[in-house]
Design a protein around this ligand. Structure first.
Ligand code: ACO
Length: 322
């Protein structure tokens, strides 16, 4: 017994910043950003578009797609590393906003692998028959953790939320693998929320922004993602030819293209929406899943691989049947 995805939903902030706008804010260009990353624009949260608000909007859409009422959900997980509040957790805020009054709620932080980790957690509960229906959401306001004076990182990120509804089913299939390399954690950091720094005069607040060794992260992603996908395929006794889509965390078009090449599987099997959304960390996989679901590209019975990678460093893959 594991969960099957019954519905998907998403939320994209109203405000859109394209590369030309960024080129007026700093020394960069549409050509550089598109060429190195595949990103053309990103959505930027404003006003009341918090992690919890976006998560709630995505959750409502997923519930409607699944034909379920909020009271029917008994587990509600939010994956995020950018929640505006430390307490209450975003999942409890979502519960209040959508009326999922019967759900157990908590947040997880697994950086860009976070959605996959939340999905695995929900599957563990559903597999043990502790809960029957789960809402799993990835929601991020990365623009709040971005140093808008650092052109090497700020052009990469965007805000948004994606959600899926899972229901336990006898014949559903789910196979997963996750790994962590804590010793390489310094390649991607954000030592945020250190309030003391703001009190100290002349405090160095650079650590409150995301910092990244881009080349190190690139090398890590292109070597480990194919490895973990093959691990999951072997575990499940599936071949790569049986997979309809590989849905990867949308960090960089060149990372996706490199994984496709390593796997010797055509790029058409790797959906991408990074051009319109940028890197939305743990929201990127459910945003992509929802887009392909809404476009009617997913058929019942399709085998799909999801793969996330990022801060930690962490990486993982999951196989599911649509
Ligand atoms: N616009 C114009 N020039 C820029 C910009 C910019 N936005 N940013 C950097 N440059 C310049 C640099 O200053 C450098 O100039 P120099 O040669 O005169 O010194 C030059 O461009 C090359 O910089 P590099 O950092 O070497 O560029 P690189 O080819 O490595 O690309 C990138 C940078 C896109 C970040 C790449 O390393 C990458 O894709 N890394 C993967 C990591 C990633 O995607 N992280 C996302 C977050 S992590 C995650 O989600 C898992």
């Amino acid at each position: 017994m594991v969960g099957k995805i019954k519905g998907t939903g998403s939320y994209r902030p109203v405000q859109v910043w394209d590369n030309d706008k960024l080129s007026h804010m700093m020394d960069t260009s549409d050509e550089w950003i598109r060429g190195r990353t595949g990103i053309g624009q990103r959505h930027i949260a404003s006003g009341g578009e918090t992690v919890a608000y976006m998560a709630a909007r995505a959750a409502e859409e997923a519930l409607s797609d699944a034909g379920m009422r909020p009271e029917e959900i008994d587990l509600l997980l939010v994956s995020t590393m950018s929640s505006e509040r430390i307490m209450p957790c975003a999942a409890c805020e979502v519960q209040k906003l959508i009326g999922a009054v019967n759900a157990a709620c908590f947040d997880l932080n697994g950086a860009c692998t976070g959605f996959l980790l939340a999905l695995n957690t929900a599957q563990a509960y559903l597999g043990q028959q502790i809960y029957r229906r789960a809402l799993v959401i990835g929601s991020e306001t990365l623009s709040h953790l971005t140093n808008w004076k650092d052109r090497s990182t700020c052009v990469l990120f965007g805000d948004g939320a994606g959600a899926v509804v899972l229901e336990a089913e006898e014949n559903a299939v789910y196979t997963q693998a996750v790994h962590s390399i804590g010793s390489k954690g310094e390649a991607l950091t954000c030592v945020s929320r250190n309030q003391q720094q703001f009190i100290e005069k002349d405090a160095d607040i650079s650590s409150t922004y995301m910092q990244m060794d881009g080349k190190e992260v690139f090398k890590f992603a292109v070597s480990k993602v194919p490895e973990v996908i093959m691990e999951v395929l072997e575990k499940a006794g599936k071949t790569k030819e049986e997979i309809r889509f590989y849905m990867l965390h949308q960090a960089n078009k060149r990372i996706v293209a490199s994984v496709s090449k390593h796997m010797n599987e055509p790029l058409e099997k790797y959906p991408m929406n990074i051009e319109n959304l940028g890197n939305t960390s743990s929201a990127s996989i459910p945003l992509l899943l929802d887009e392909w679901n809404k476009k009617g590209r997913l058929n019942s019975g399709d085998w799909i691989i999801l793969s996330g990678f990022g801060g930690g460093l962490t990486y993982g893959a999951s196989l599911l049947q649509w």
